[in-house]
Design a protein around this ligand. Structure first.
Ligand SMILES: [Zn+2]
Length: 302
């Protein structure tokens, strides 16, 4: 129906005007409409390799008009490229046909958390979802690459950032519509939320406070940087990333710039926080460091 196409196209253009990167979702659905890697024909956008929705999302009005012209696609916003961190407050699943579950909604959990933290519920661009949940849009902090989280903030409180998307206002599904309900702009992510979401802190309270020995500053900042890489590793590459990063820092251990146990503890923390088991982390870190120390060249040659 022409009218519906137009409304959805307008909503997509509006999101793009806000600076957000959009891509089509299947009509009436929340799943991406773009082809997956398995069915890629390696033409057009994919001519030099398959591109995922996160990479194909656009804010070019011409492309948006072309895409939405004939088909009433729902609208996905790729949160990463859009510089957004969206807090997704979900509704509890119904336990049975008899009544709703007595678990608190994500919104209630989030409100309680704000109260405990001594902050008001942030005033920002907010969308009511088709299921009665809420999306709170925030501007992601500069220089901090945040990924999706599930349950880190609280039960039924997820976040969408790099690697994620949200269904935009104006989209329609069987269960209802997505509707902007308040706030005209996405407010900056409050500091206290940022603290909760910040990836894998290098545990700096204890072992990382080292006496200032030659080279240790360089070693420490390398350690910190590599731990951050581990924290941001995609799910399927967690272990190989941990291995690669620990290997890189191993030479500083070989050179005596930093004690081995400091490196081990920092990577252990980053790896576990990224979702690897304690045993996986220990094994990977040990073998990476052993191999790196064995292969390390004298500093001059590095
Ligand atoms: Zn493709």
């Amino acid at each position: 129906m022409r009218q519906q196409n137009e409304a959805l196209m307008r909503a997509a253009l509006e999101a793009a005007e806000r600076g957000w990167y959009v891509f089509p979702l299947r009509p009436g659905d929340k799943r991406p409409a773009l082809h997956g890697e398995a069915s890629c024909t390696y033409t057009g956008d994919c001519a030099s390799g398959h591109l995922k929705w996160e990479q194909r999302a656009t804010r070019d009005p011409e492309r948006i008009r072309t895409t939405w012209w004939h088909t009433p696609y729902n609208i996905g916003i790729a949160t990463g490229p859009s510089n957004l961190l969206v807090v997704d407050l979900d509704m509890p699943k119904r336990k049975s046909s008899k009544g709703s579950s007595d678990a608190p909604s994500g919104a209630a959990t989030f409100r309680a958390l704000c109260e405990r933290a001594g902050h008001p519920v942030p005033d920002t661009y907010r969308v009511r979802t088709a299921s009665g949940g809420e999306h709170l849009y925030f501007k992601a902090p500069d220089g901090l690459r945040l990924n999706n989280t599930a349950g880190t903030i609280g039960e039924l409180v997820d976040t969408r950032a790099w690697g994620g998307y949200v269904v935009a206002a104006g989209s329609i599904t069987d269960t209802g519509t997505y509707e902007a309900v308040s706030g005209s702009v996405a407010a900056p992510l409050p500091e206290w939320l940022q603290t909760i979401l910040k990836p894998a802190p290098v545990r700096s309270t204890g072992p990382l406070r080292l006496p200032a020995v030659d080279g240790s500053r360089v070693a420490l900042s390398a350690l910190e940087a590599e731990c951050a890489v581990v924290s941001a590793a995609p799910d399927k590459q967690r272990n190989t990333t941990l291995n690669r990063c620990a290997f890189k820092v191993g030479r500083f251990v070989a050179w005596g710039d930093i004690p081995r146990h400091v490196v081990e503890e920092a990577f252990q923390g980053a790896g576990e926080e990224r979702g690897l088991t304690a045993a996986e982390c220990r094994a990977t870190i040990r073998s990476a460091l052993d191999s790196s120390i064995r292969k390390a060249r004298p500093r001059e040659a590095a």
